[in-house]
Design a protein around this ligand. Structure first.
Ligand code: NAP
Length: 490
């Protein structure tokens, strides 16, 4: 065991964030026999997304056999698409199995980190004033951790309760209440069907309708669970099949977006079957290409919207008052509770931390035109900083866990390099530029550039979030670091 106190110096690696990314890397470090790491976690407990998003109906829209670590399989997922509680339990199980609790410092939000070139160390300060140093710093904060609240005039005046889906207030009873929900993204389509049976009235404020496909979800039967327990390779087989099934969809996302037109007809036929009322159906029919925004899956969203107590409002919100919401046509809808399903500040990677690299360069400044990183991991001028699930590594078609598992060995190889007499590794600017040119060029041909707004782009329209191709191609490109693309300072 490594017995140094957290603030004794320096750590081999400090990891920011104890979600899937940070924990997965820590598990890999443990597997390699390394103990010299510490995870700084801002919240009271680890778990990332699956700790924060406990709204009613929260579940993963990627099948669990695929949305779990390949090196830590769970053979008894209760259903194909596990709900939040089961995924959160899996995360806690990983922490326990790899004895990570002693390596996680909770309530430790990183405020600042700066690279001390002379000492080749990252100096990190948390909001509570604690200071840490480390040879390498890994950001594992994810892309979807900071709730985004709409900028609407009068919001502060609203007299009722209001909260964001990622900060769900279970203490606010919705039963018999008049509720407004703003947003119709992946989160809202999961919690809206859950709350509809309770509320007296639900006004769902939709700015842009989403494409919603059916969710091939079901509980695993006892015989299936017994089979996987008896022959764990059957679960691996299902995982491989799920991977291929999802990966093939990439063809329509970034090779031949025209294929989405065929699929769109199928989705619209499904909508027509589920929503026979022409007026409501028209309101729910997207007018942008399928796949441009994240494709959603649900079996209960459309049926919920057909309930008599539900109103889908597609007139823009102009103002919030003490009593409720006024739309552009001047109509006031009085409500008791306001719920934001308005998503996350996804393109502000690492914000609001102040990260300073060589010569005091601020990451905000380096990213003033939008976040970018070589292979989504390294940023020129920020040596020994490695980003997990960083810029341009999100997916529209497959599991992020697969991307993380491509990044872990890459980061581990960089850490090993630092043990071999290299003081710091700084990715070369031309390598970073070339990588980003290639990614942006590929994305410009993809369905994400076919006419819609989405959290995949920043305010200036630069695609900062998505990976531009197949996940196996990303894995090939991250198989091992190309040291020629880095300046190795000895
Ligand atoms: P989101 O997809 O970004 O959706 C936000 C919704 O709020 C959109 O409908 C958006 O409308 C609307 N909105 C935002 N600002 C608004 C404003 N000022 N006025 C009116 N409407 C506004 O957010 P999310 O649903 O939380 O999902 C975010 C991501 O989290 C997903 O894409 C997915 O990657 C992940 N997620 C995954 C799961 C899962 O099952 N694995 C579940 C939930 C979330 P516009 O479309 O017009 O912008």
């Amino acid at each position: 065991m490594n017995n140094k106190t957290p603030e004794q110096t320096p750590w081999r690696v400090l990891i920011i964030g104890a979600g899937f990314a940070g924990l997965g890397l820590a598990m890999q470090l443990r597997r390699q026999g390394h103990d010299d790491f510490l995870i700084l976690e801002q919240a009271d407990e680890p778990g990332g997304t699956w700790r924060d998003n406990h709204y009613p109906g929260a579940a993963c829209d990627v099948p669990s056999h695929l949305y779990s670590f390949s090196f830590e399989p769970k053979l008894d997922w209760s259903r194909r698409f596990a709900a939040q509680a089961e995924i959160f339990a899996y995360v806690r199980q990983c922490i326990e199995r790899y004895q990570l609790a002693e390596r996680i410092r909770c309530r430790s939000e990183v405020a600042e980190a700066s690279f001390d070139e002379a000492a080749a160390l990252w100096r990190v300060t948390t909001r509570d004033g604690a200071q840490f140093t480390a040879r390498a710093l890994v950001s594992a904060c994810g892309q979807l951790n900071r709730p985004l609240y709409p900028q609407l005039p009068g919001l502060e005046r609203f007299a009722g309760e209001q909260f964001h889906s990622a900060r769900w207030r279970h203490d606010v009873a919705l039963s018999g209440k008049r509720v407004a929900v703003i947003g119709t993204g992946a989160s809202a389509i999961q919690f809206v069907p859950q709350i509809v049976p309770q509320v007296a009235r639900l006004h769902l404020f939709q700015r842009t309708p989403a494409y919603v496909m059916s969710k091939p979800d079901r509980a695993y039967s006892r015989s299936e669970l017994a089979l996987m327990r008896r022959w764990p390779w059957t679960q691996k087989l299902d995982r491989a099949w799920q991977y291929l099934f999802h990966e093939v969809r990439g063809v329509a996302f970034f090779l031949w977006p025209a294929l989405m037109k065929l699929q769109r007809q199928r989705v619209l036929r499904q909508l027509a079957r589920q929503v026979p009322e022409p007026a409501l159906r028209a309101r729910l029919t997207p007018d942008y290409p399928l796949g441009c925004k994240r494709i959603l899956i649900s079996n209960d969203y459309y049926p919920a919207l057909r309930q008599p107590q539900v109103e889908v409002v597609d007139t823009a919100i102009s103002e919030v008052t003490e009593q409720g919401i006024i739309t552009a046509d001047g109509q006031l809808r009085e409500v008791d509770v306001l719920i934001y399903g308005t998503g996350f500040a996804a393109s502000d990677f690492l914000a609001p931390m102040r990260i300073r690299g060589l010569g005091g360069l601020e990451l905000n400044q380096a990213w003033r035109e939008g976040a970018e990183a070589y292979k989504g991991i390294s940023v020129n001028g920020f040596p020994n900083l490695f980003i997990l699930y960083g810029p341009n590594t999100n997916l529209g078609h497959n599991s992020i866990i697969y991307m993380l598992e491509s990044q872990f060995p890459y980061v581990l190889a960089c850490l090993d390099k630092l043990d071999q007499g290299v003081r710091y590794l700084d990715v070369r600017k031309p390598a970073q530029d070339a990588w980003n040119r290639q990614v942006q060029q590929a994305i410009s041909q993809s369905v994400w550039e076919q006419g819609c707004s989405s959290w995949y782009k920043n305010a200036a329209g630069k695609h900062t979030n998505n990976w531009s191709g197949f996940t196996f191609s990303y894995r090939r490109q991250t198989r091992r670091p190309q040291w020629a693309d880095y300046e190795l300072v000895r």
